[in-house]
Design a protein around this ligand. Structure first.
Ligand code: CTP
Length: 399
């Protein structure tokens, strides 16, 4: 988002306060942000706060300053690389679609040629009203990008669809659309993520400490590069990245089934999941009651990646490894054993790499190239490096 010029336009939804965090998050990602507010929105959230957080004076539709509009709305419109309405009320959506331009928000959005993003937020009945739906559909057909509202508790005291999604999700959605390239256009990338869970009984399982962050960051990056992305995920606490086909699984066997059944039509598989090496032989049908001691018999799970490697055709396979010693040697053995095109070998003897931390370090290993050292970096940054390597592998294989 670095260097991008984004206009955040705030209309008078009760969720207007959430736009403050959207502005803050966009700036943290390096974007320059200017805020436009409707007159009514200033009754809900303070222009002063938006001015402070964005670092620019807020453009308001104050009639007493009407003489400034002409200049300001055109200047803002041409400055923008993207125009985001958050929250977008039923009223402002209707006005935009009808071509009404009677305030700073509706004038600037009409005057800009930048891509436009609308985040509707309103009461469920208003959202479902055929008039609102017609207007949204109309805007969509004109090339406006519309974010699906979330479901949940609404200000009017009921639960339903119409809630403004959380700021983190809005920024992620914008990032996925704005930072899109075409490097992986036409390529299908399947990413696995999270730690599988092996049931003991209906309420207990054997799991591991994988957060899923690495796989989710890779899936997001692949979306940004224009790939069709399938995210096969064991349970995590992360929200589903926008633009992916999401396939939730739990155990190693269910992950294997999800991956194998799609393998033929996939170009790249990135196995970032922490797959449990064992599962419980006899799962209890009912909850196991307390006892003095118990023994669980475990059987080996299939190695999903090795299985894919054994019947690889055109696919590119990327694996991960967590090693505590002889990182390069053990890693290279894995590349050969699993028939991989690339292995991200993490050195988890370092306290700042591997499971449940935000950073990784180690080596990229290949069957036919020298290892590349990877410096300690954030998983989101590492995802960019990994996917750049994938772009090169795809180009070399002429996929
Ligand atoms: N993997 C898999 N299926 C398994 C276990 C692992 O597909 N049952 C995948 C992981 O997603 C990862 C890679 O294989 O991409 C490496 O897994 P790892 O557990 O580090 O390696 P192992 O081959 O199990 O070797 P070792 O036990 O020696 O560490």
């Amino acid at each position: 988002m670095r260097g991008k010029h984004i206009i955040v336009a705030v209309s008078a939804g009760i969720a207007a306060y959430k736009a403050i965090e959207v502005v803050s998050r966009l700036r943290k990602k390096g974007a320059e942000v200017k805020v436009v507010m409707t007159r009514n929105a200033t009754n809900i959230a303070s222009p002063l706060t938006f001015g402070e957080i964005s670092g620019h004076p807020v453009a308001l539709d104050m009639f007493e300053q009407v003489h400034q509009w002409d200049v300001e709305h055109i200047a803002l419109a041409t400055w923008a690389d993207a125009y985001v309405v958050v929250p977008a009320t039923a009223n402002v959506i209707g006005k935009i679609y009808a071509g009404i331009a009677d305030d700073m928000l509706t004038t600037t959005i009409m005057a800009t040629t930048a891509p436009k993003y609308i985040c509707p937020a309103m009461n469920t009945e208003m959202y479902n009203n055929p008039i609102t739906q017609r207007n949204l559909e109309g805007l969509r057909s004109l090339g406006y990008h519309i974010m699906e509202p979330a479901e949940g508790w609404l200000a009017c005291g009921v639960t339903g669809v119409g809630r403004l999604p959380e700021p983190v999700a809005i920024v992620e959605w914008l990032e996925a659309q704005l930072c899109k390239t075409s490097e992986l256009e036409g390529i299908t990338v399947l990413v696995t993520a999270g730690g599988t869970q092996e049931n003991i009984d209906p309420v207990r399982y054997i799991g591991n400490r994988s957060s899923g962050k690495m796989g989710y960051a890779i899936a997001e990056q692949a979306v940004r590069m224009g790939a069709n992305v399938i995210l096969v995920s064991a349970p995590t606490s992360l929200s589903v990245p926008s633009g992916v086909e999401f396939v939730p699984v739990d155990s190693a066997l269910s992950m294997q089934e999800a991956v194998e059944s799609r393998y033929k039509n996939v170009d790249v598989v990135v196995m970032a999941a922490a797959v449990s090496d064992f599962r419980v032989l006899h799962k209890a049908e009912q909850k196991i009651k307390k006892m003095e001691s118990m023994t669980l018999e475990l059987v080996k799970n299939p190695d999903i990646l090795q299985g894919l490697g054994s019947h690889k055709e055109h696919q590119i396979l990327v694996g991960f490894a967590a090693e505590t010693e002889h990182v390069i040697k053990y890693g290279q053995d894995k590349v050969a054993r699993k028939n991989l095109d690339m292995l991200v070998a993490n050195d988890v003897s370092k306290s700042n790499a591997g499971f449940n931390v935000d950073t990784n370090e180690g080596y990229f290993l290949y069957p036919d190239k020298e290892p590349k050292e990877m410096a300690n970096m954030k998983k989101s940054e590492l995802a960019q490096y990994i996917m750049k390597e994938v772009v090169e592998l795809v180009a070399n294989k002429h996929l």
